[in-house]
Design a binder for this molecule. Structure first.
Ligand SMILES: [Zn+2]
Length: 677
């Protein structure tokens, strides 16, 4: 048989995937064998002559599908971070096959009968708390997949899940292709207004594309946003904005509009089959928020004050624009440009003045040191481990006693084969069911590479955000992999990531790590104070662009019968209805809203960031109240949340950390939305 690294034990250090030996052609046979093995394992569980027990059913399930897990993790991670035509073709081929495989298991009647029997007498089984929760979650997951449906409905459910897998895959590929195909090529005369760092990044992007002597701006957020902020060429800003917001909406091969219509209709049908009014009701039933009304209540609590703040911000932009001779209305491609001028005038703060202090490598060290001070972990780089791209760096994480905690892969730069945005994922989850298994975690960002790479303040927050997710995976201390790390409810998973952001902007961190890339000198104290004083600047805009997208997500997924959805009309009517300020623009328009459509994870779940922000703002206030943002006792209680995975109910975890229920006041204050501001 031909060599396939997936069919061998990995003798690599720490069990890192042998990326140097893995070729695209290895995936299809590996997937095929892995699914067959998994089927055989399930058949062994359901065919057992003995009565169901926790060990022979639930723990046996935890042990099953290991090869499939290993192949899938490598495939989907590399396909997101560094794809190519071969991997994309495999994704299109295997997404429906994998969905079908999982659905067959979820709808396996004999398997469900065993789990249901255990579930019915769960209180008498003598289970530990984590085992009881695991059994309940298994049962609920199968019920929510359709285990209680009749045969015809089950068949329909399976067909829907399979079709959705196809549509999700295509959706993401279309966005990637649109992003790759468009670029703004600039001559020297087109660079008006761009500060040195933006010119350097554009020159680097041109060099990467073999365009000598010119400059390139791409649709990656870290390339597009600086151009929209600084370019004094309104015509070019407009062109960039239009291309950026049209991703996925162009007619032709990459048009996502018909996909959205089909996805939304299939999800609504899925929900109705399961007895829910609409998809949002179905999705939210298994969340902290519980209901669409609760989500809407939270979103509307910030929506009106945010809109009022955005309109006040707009008035200031208009004043500056008039003074500069713009006599037309402010357009979405003008907002960042004039906002930057207002910021300079009001706070004496210039993005070009700040950016030289945010060197990527320093900010990475800041994130590592913060984790060290809070949670007692250290990071040691390994330069000779196999990686899937030369830009990926690998760190071993150790605890305070020097024991191995896990591996951390950092993949920070934008490239043509990488999905946009930033995300955290895993190659392996922590567990101790049989042997102790250490986690392997990866963080992806899309920063523009430079010499050195300089970040914006928001980029640095994103770096810390994803690292917070990474720590959630790394610090996991659970028995079962299904409860490992980030395997929590979607509206809780953003808590560990978002609270970690607060340490990036802590003065202690900035004084130490915000050092000028040329002189190495720390940021002058007066600049630091101006930077922090301007934290709520433009938060009306930021809150409106985010909350608008979150409301749109909820609205789309609350429709009962969206069969004939006209996406363009829906979007326009929706924006009218909520009174969206036209000068702001949604953070994600439907045609490239990958959170919702490149997978189902955040469908009817984009609100999760705001939901978790109630917790993170309130939670970080616990630290500032003590006067020490590294307060050891609080840090130990916070670490318990990062370690608990899904072993316990999230609200109980939060209460154990905070000593009370969360309050929304800290969130409103940090966004500058309280009445006094
Ligand atoms: Zn996140």
């Amino acid at each position: 048989m031909t060599y396939n690294p997936f069919f061998e034990a990995w003798d690599t250090p720490f069990g890192i995937p042998p990326f140097d030996r893995i070729r695209p052609a290895h995936f299809p046979p590996a997937f095929d064998r892995a699914m067959a093995e998994h089927d055989a394992e399930i058949a062994a569980i359901t065919g057992a002559a003995t009565a169901p027990s926790f060990a022979n059913t639930i723990e046996a399930l935890e042990r099953s599908g290991r090869l499939l897990d290993r192949v899938s993790r490598v495939f989907f991670n590399v396909n997101s971070s560094d794809t190519n035509d071969a991997l994309e073709a495999i994704a299109r081929d295997y997404a429906p096959k994998l969905a079908q495989h999982q659905t067959q298991i979820a709808l396996n009647e004999r398997l469900f009968a065993r789990i249901a029997e255990l579930h019915a007498r769960r209180e008498t089984l003598g289970l530990a708390d984590d085992q009881l929760r695991l059994l309940e979650r298994y049962h609920l997951r199968l019920v929510r997949s359709g285990a209680l449906l009749g045969p015809e409905q089950k068949a329909r459910m399976a067909a829907i899940v399979e079709r959705l897998a196809v549509l999700h895959t295509l959706f993401g590929q279309h966005v990637l292709h649109d992003e790759r195909e468009w670029q703004l090529v600039l001559d020297e005369a087109d660079l008006d207004g761009l500060p040195d760092f933006a010119r350097a990044a554009a020159a680097q992007a041109a060099a990467e594309r073999d365009i000598a002597g010119r400059w390139v701006v791409t649709l990656a957020r870290s390339s597009a946003e600086p151009f929209l902020t600084f370019s004094s060429r309104r015509d070019l800003r407009r062109g960039l904005w239009e291309a950026w917001t049209a991703r996925g909406a162009h007619q032709g091969a990459n048009d996502n509009t018909p996909l959205i219509r089909e996805i939304v209709a299939l999800r609504a049908e899925q929900a109705r089959l399961l007895g829910y009014d609409n998809f949002a009701a179905y999705r939210l039933d298994d969340s902290m928020a519980k209901t669409a009304d609760a989500v809407e209540g939270l979103l509307l609590q910030v929506w009106e004050p945010a809109k009022a703040k955005a309109l006040a911000e707009l008035a200031k932009l208009e004043k500056v624009a008039r003074a500069e001779g713009l006599n037309e209305p402010i357009e979405p491609w003008d907002w960042r440009y004039y906002a930057e001028k207002v910021r300079q005038a009001e706070h004496d703060l210039d993005e070009a003045e700040i950016k030289p202090y945010f060197v990527l490598d320093n900010m990475v060290r800041a994130a590592f040191d913060t984790a060290g001070r809070l949670f007692g972990v250290t990071f040691t780089e390994y330069r000779d481990l196999p990686v899937y791209h030369p830009d990926v760096r690998v760190w071993e994480v150790r605890d305070s006693a020097g024991g191995h905690v896990g591996l951390f892969l950092h993949d920070n730069f934008a490239r043509p084969g990488k999905r946009s945005g930033a995300w955290s994922s895993r190659y392996r989850d922590q567990e101790t069911l049989d042997d102790a298994v250490a986690p392997i975690v990866v963080n992806n960002n899309n920063f523009s590479k430079g010499e050195p790479t300089l970040l914006s303040f928001d980029d640095a927050l994103t770096l810390f955000h994803e690292f917070g997710h990474g720590l959630h995976g790394l610090l996991s201390r659970v028995r079962y992999r299904s409860q490992s790390g980030t395997a929590v409810r979607r509206d809780f998973v953003e808590f560990p990531s978002q609270i970690f952001e607060h340490w990036m902007s802590a003065p202690e961190t900035l004084r130490r790590y915000a050092c000028h890339y040329e002189t190495g000198q720390p940021m002058p104290e007066d600049l630091l104070q101006r930077l922090l004083a301007a934290r709520t600047f433009n938060q009306g805009f930021a809150t409106v662009e985010y909350t608008g997208s979150a409301l749109l997500d909820l609205d789309l997924h609350r429709q009962r019968l969206p069969q004939s959805l006209d996406v363009g009309r829906f979007e326009n009517e929706f924006l009218d209805r909520i009174g969206m300020p036209r000068e702001v623009g949604l953070r994600h328009r439907p045609a490239h809203f990958q959170h919702l459509f490149a997978g189902g994870g955040y469908a009817a779940g984009y609100y999760a960031y705001l939901w978790a922000e109630v917790l993170d703002a309130d939670g970080f206030a616990a630290f500032t109240e003590t006067g020490n943002v590294f307060d050891p006792e609080l840090a130990a209680r916070l670490k318990a949340i990062y370690s608990a995975g899904d072993r316990e109910d999230p609200m109980q975890l939060y209460r154990a950390f905070r000593g009370r229920d969360p309050k929304i006041t800290a969130l409103l204050a940090q966004r500058g939305l309280t009445a006094s501001q």
